[in-house]
Design a protein around this ligand. Sequence first.
Ligand code: M6R
Length: 612
Amino acid sequence: MCGIIGYIGNKSINSILIVGLIRLEYRGYDSAGIAVIDQGDLEIRKEKGKIKNLEDLLKNSPVEGNIGIGHTRWATHGEPTKLNAHPHIDCFQKIAVCHNGIIENHINLKNELIQKGHLFRSETDTEVIPHLIEEELLKDPNQTIKDVIPGLIQKIEGKYAIVILSEQEPDKIYFIKNGSPLLYARNNEEGYLTSDIVAVIPQAKEYYAFRDYEWGWITQYELHLFNKDAQKIIPEIKEIKIDPIHLEKGNYEHYMLKEIYEQPDIFRKILNNRLGEKGKIKLNEMKLPNTILGRISRILITSAGTSWHAGIVGKLYLEHFARIVTEVDLSSEFRYRNPIAEGDTLVIAISQSGETADTLAGVLEAKTRFCKVLSFVNRLESTIARESDSYIDLMAGPEIGVASTKAYTSELIHLLFFSLYLSGIKWITNKEDREVLFSEIRKLPTMMEAILEKSKQIQEIAKIFKKTKDFIFLGRYFNHPTALEGALKLKEIAYVHASGYAGGEFKHGPIALIDENIPTICIAPKSSVYDKMLSNIQEVKARKGKIIAIITEGDKNISQIADYFIEIPEVSEYLSPILSIIPLQLFAYYSALERNCEPDKPRNLAKSVTVE
Ligand code: M6R
């Protein structure tokens, strides 16, 4: 939610900030703006809507300079208008601030500042920051911003990543971080501040991810870093290892489509890395020792959205393969329900971004209860990865489309691998049994490709249903989460109401919805619950409901009853959710196109939800 960038170097600021903001646009696209020191003056340009609008504004009203900050907004306080767009300024337009997060006590602060004569121009919480800095600087003309930041941290409450540019200090960008992500990145000639490293590659070569309450400033060549008590910190700078190829759309019209199509190759990479000799699973970065893993008596999974759906599959894997009692909780609930997490409970956090505020709060909560925390993350530089006792790298490569696709299947396979890893430690499955599983797992990339070849057929089905207003998704056991995830995809990018249900639960209420206008998407590959799903399909048919079925290749029973069917290759039921979601990802994508929706940037959403 909200993306921030700051730059100092020799290059012209416009292109650097705009390219960075485009890369950060997945974090919010309600408005965008930049502040630049142009020949000694602080210049602001901002516009409502996507970065494209800001680009157009800059063509008519250009700015020049080598130092600047930028912001792309996901509105929290105040409507998505030009006035509410960041950067926000002090009374005299000498100080500009971009902010990601929420200043919870902004109302009181704003009232006090208004009483002191400050002029507010927006409805945002952020605007108190430049005025608070201005107010403090007025008290003593010898002060610079570095002198007022420790006091500012004391005054503002909430979560924030803040960057500050001042006309008075044209060679520095200040920053403060608490709760929302912020990183420093650099090469030999340039310094950057950014919410996400993807905004600054391939130019930047090294990075440092700030910790809470760290603050300081960057110059072209240096980072000056301090803690809350204003003590100097020596940062541990790391190399950036992300391949920039992931950030290009290539020949695809949208990132989402590209990311759906990347899945077979990502799986090839994952399998190469994870499958060892003689049934051995390699999780080299996972540092929890067998002495701890062998003692786990209970697992609590906490995650949100798509990652929560992955968590439900993960519970089935962990209970099936490792025979460990596992609970799955929405991270937004977990953090407030005083969870029983103690002793030999392992808390697993699943998060593509590694920055989801609710999931991070769950991780911190678990740590206060002395539980070990293992996170499954796609971004190793993320806060959740850092705060966990250990992490497992999802290896999906940066995911840019707001709708999660490749990260979901990567979460599933890694949850399966971790379950098998635990089952090995507990001597539940032996190496030989695991080898048998591996031989099937190795076929997944080719099976995925076979499904992707059906994309035209899926597009046709999306076209047929382009006016449909409601969909029901049904699945059971390993594919109940597929029903939830398929429905979420359709809701978020095609703005169609869709609800996912467990097949067995259908008769307890939702079946009342069925008529000829509400189609049901049934996920019914061959499995131990196949007959039950077949009964569900018959029940829908008997009530004149249309059926779109996801079935195993060659299934004559369902293909004869369903109005439309999409075949997936035959596979064990525990691998089936990895395959059966792919046609639903494509169905959501093509449904969005049919309805003139923009799949990569659905309205009201942001990819990384860093506020509560
Ligand atoms: O980065 P995370 O996996 O923690 O994100 C969790 C959810 O915000 C995310 O999965 C969201 O539901 C996606 N838009 C789903 O496509």
